[in-house]
Design a protein around this ligand. Structure first.
Ligand SMILES: [Zn+2]
Ligand SMILES: [Zn+2]
Length: 152
């Protein structure tokens, strides 16, 4: 019996094998998704878990090239690599076990998330209303001023 190859994405029998392991339609669809993900990283400085899943369908070299392109573009922003850019690059790096040495880039700082700045009259920990000159949050005890020591 002749062995049939099926598209890994939609399961259709592959008549045209030039887009292996996908059919032409799925290959084009995936390429489009890949480009969209690249744009999203650059615009929103974010990569979603669903997008990581899509990228997993691509070759390592595609991912490395993607990383290098977004790294270069993000580095060229005014003021250089921003923290939010480093967060998304770190996520991409760890999701695909990439190494700076293989990518030919400088070691990335270990920033995995950014605590969003809250209004000054709100405790960043428990969100309760506080006075700006408080040292500690009266509700949860969170240290509001970094330069004071607790238990003095
Ligand atoms: Zn298909
Ligand atoms: Zn609090």
């Amino acid at each position: 019996m002749e062995e049939v190859e099926r598209c890994e994405e939609c399961g259709k029998v592959l008549k045209d094998k030039s887009y292996e392991p996908y059919c032409k339609q799925c290959d084009e669809k995936l390429d489009k998704q890949f480009d969209d993900i690249e744009d999203n990283i650059l615009i929103y400085k974010e990569i979603l878990d669903g997008e990581i899943k899509v990228l997993e369908k691509f070759e390592d070299t595609d991912i490395k090239d993607l990383f290098k392109r977004v790294y270069e573009k993000l580095s060229r922003e005014e003021g250089g690599l921003k923290e939010e850019s480093i967060v998304v690059l770190n996520k991409l790096k760890s999701s695909f076990s990439l190494k700076e040495s293989e990518l030919g880039i400088k070691e990335l700082r270990e920033i995995r998330e950014i605590k969003k700045a809250k209004p000054k009259d709100q405790c960043p920990e428990c969100d309760k209303k506080i006075k700006e000159d408080f040292n500690l949050c009266p509700y949860c005890g969170y240290r509001l001023k970094k330069d004071i020591e607790i238990n003095k």
